[in-house]
Design a binder for this molecule. Structure first.
Ligand SMILES: N[C@@H](CCC(=O)N[C@@H](CS)C(=O)NCC(=O)O)C(=O)O
Length: 207
């Protein structure tokens, strides 16, 4: 599999995911700060021109949550998703879609002070505060959003909370959220993904 990524972007999700999956994969740097995302060869993988994206032979896809679902299915030995028929799969899908459909817009709303006409019942994610309340409950008692079982849904939720606290500084540092993010950051795959990013940043600084 080929992961298209760029350091310090949402493609950290893809990097962490591939490290959790544990299969050999190739990383293709798409430097969005230099305009690589507009090159036709990348647009053929993701017409929207955003990272992360994935190619697996003829299969090509983008959207982080879709990558999570795809890789979890493709690498069953990594145990990243409850199998079809397992009741836990319902919540697994719930959190994958929640990350893409509710956390993303809630963050945008917070960062732009967007006032949605009609408020909480009109916005599909409710509100930023509501999303935070829901997440706070979802990550406790933990250790993962499905309880004892880590899954690709934690890659989405964990990355979003990690960036929301660190880079964006918009997520309230509530104890349950901080503890969950700390647990995510302690995973060897998360640390490897961070090391890959740090290495790439160093190489870019010397280029
Ligand atoms: N919906 C996408 C969002 C990905 C995304 O927004 N990526 C940004 C970097 S954080 C990007 O590639 N921006 C480049 C551009 O739009 O030109 C996902 O969840 O994967």
């Amino acid at each position: 599999m080929k992961l298209y990524w760029c350091p310090q972007t949402r493609s950290f999700r893809g990097l962490w995911l591939m490290e959790e999956a544990g299969r050999p994969y190739e990383r293709v740097l798409v430097d969005i700060r230099k305009g690589d995302q507009d090159k036709p060869e990348f647009r053929a993988v993701n017409p929207l021109g955003k990272v992360p994206a994935l190619a697996d032979g003829e299969a090509k896809l983008a959207e982080s949550a879709a990558l999570c679902a795809y890789v979890a299915e493709r690498c069953p030995e990594a145990n990243l998703a409850p199998p079809v028929g397992d009741p836990k799969r319902a919540r697994y899908l719930h959190w994958l879609f929640f990350a893409a459909g509710c956390i993303e817009p809630a963050y945008m709303q917070k960062m732009t002070n967007l006032n949605v006409p009609g408020g909480k019942s009109t916005a599909g994610w409710g509100s930023f505060d509501l999303v935070m309340d829901v997440l706070e409950k979802a990550v406790q008692p933990g250790p993962w959003v499905l309880g004892e079982r880590f899954s690709a849904a934690d890659v989405m939720i964990g990355s979003d909370l990690h960036f929301g606290i660190g880079l964006l500084k918009i997520v309230p540092p509530r104890p349950a959220i901080m503890d969950y993010v700390a647990r995510c950051s302690e995973r060897p795959a998360f640390k490897r993904a961070q090391a890959i990013e740090a290495e790439a940043a160093k190489a870019a600084a010397h280029a």
